[in-house]
Design a protein around this ligand. Structure first.
Ligand code: COA
Length: 332
């Protein structure tokens, strides 16, 4: 069986920077509160209608293709992870195809929110292992700014989230010592309502009503403390599961790239695993939490900064809405 190696990485960050100071003008919050609780200094917001989830995903994909030395036409299949698709349906993999001018190949959207870029490489790996596909484009892209309540009542969520995109090209390799060595994927739907956007959804007799808008159920809801408590258990559990499965020890891992949920969550993982600070990547201060885009953006930056080299053992881990969580252990 073949392995799947990461042949290319790329990111696209929207131009508009939104600082904590700018948010202070919109709601009752402060730079100090945001930095102390989340580690975030600024985030980027997409230009609505132009920097769409699929368009940003395409820009990140073009960079990933360039690094891989491939053309868009070499891609056999697309996996697109997002909670903020261009349309309610179809999935954003379809408009992504149009931007990249590669109609006809399969396009699968993954709706696993913050865990999207752990689930997506795991799915791609299965298609590559079986020999069904050779080159798979995995994309995480989010436009969250247009679904945030930027008034004081939405401040606990609004200050955390940002927009952006990242992509990876996964390619088949005959070398079983490199590429994705193992993945694990978990979910516990009993906690769906602890971090969710209730409306519009098919559970209600009417998709959109004035009451939904007035009551704010069209905005994301998060039970912050509850999410925090679960996240700091599940991140380490997923990482340890990947290590146990492959026989590696934490000391063997060169870099852990956690989904950039919150700097305090990353610090708690570091403490629980007793890791030196430099072994766990963090860039949340610049981008906030970009949900499915956070891991590919972080992976791309870690690579650009020389923290990942040929032979590096890297662990991706995520936790988020669903609840869903998981990890991938990858030899570069
Ligand atoms: N600015 C200023 N004050 C804020 C605020 C904001 N943006 N958001 C909430 N507050 C206020 C609250 O209203 C509360 O005020 P009160 O004490 O007068 O009631 C106070 O700050 C403390 O709120 P609390 O919710 O207890 O804060 P917290 O310490 O739990 O921190 C989070 C809030 C969201 C930062 C924290 O729960 C957290 O990090 N959760 C995990 C979130 C996460 O990572 N989600 C993504 C998962 S993928």
């Amino acid at each position: 069986m073949k392995n799947s190696k990461i042949a290319g990485l790329g990111k696209y960050i929207p131009k508009r920077v939104v600082t904590n100071a700018e948010l202070e003008t919109l709601m009752d919050t402060s730079d100090t509160w945001i930095q102390e609780r989340t580690g975030i200094k600024e985030r980027h917001y997409a230009k609505a209608g132009e920097e769409t989830a699929s368009w940003m995903g395409a820009q990140a994909s073009l960079k990933a293709l360039e690094m891989a030395g491939l053309q868009a036409s070499d891609i056999d299949f697309i996996i697109f992870a997002t909670l903020s698709p261009d349309f309610e349906f179809p999935g954003s993999g379809c408009p992504l195809q149009v931007h990249l001018e590669i109609p006809g190949i399969g396009a699968l959207d993954v709706r696993n929110q913050c865990s999207g870029l752990v689930y997506s490489p795991a799915i791609a790996d299965q298609f590559i292992k079986t020999g069904m596909y050779k080159n798979i484009l995995v994309v995480g892209s989010e436009v969250q700014s247009t679904a945030l309540n930027l008034k004081t009542e939405g401040r606990d969520i609004a200050v955390i989230f940002g927009d952006g995109a990242g992509a990876a090209v996964l390619t088949a390799t005959e070398n079983n010592a490199e590429g994705i060595l193992t993945s694990n994927m978990h979910a516990d739907g009993r906690f769906a309502r602890e971090l969710f956007m209730e409306d519009p959804g098919s559970i209600k007799p009417k998709r959109i009503t004035k009451e939904m808008i007035d009551e704010g159920t069209i905005y994301p809801y998060m039970n912050g403390k509850y999410v925090f408590k679960h996240a700091i258990q599940k991140f380490p559990a997923a990482i340890e599961e990947a290590l146990t499965k492959t026989g590696y020890k934490l000391e063997d891992v060169d870099l852990i790239i956690p989904h950039q949920a919150n700097k305090r969550i990353t610090e708690a993982i570091q403490m629980r695993l007793k890791l030196p600070k430099e072994k766990i990547f963090s860039n949340i201060e610049k981008y906030g939490n970009t949900t499915a885009a956070s891991i590919p953006i972080a992976l791309t930056e870690a690579y650009e900064q020389g923290l990942i080299k040929k032979g590096s053992l890297v662990c991706l881990a995520a936790f988020g809405s669903g609840f869903t969580w998981g990890a991938n252990l990858i030899r570069f």
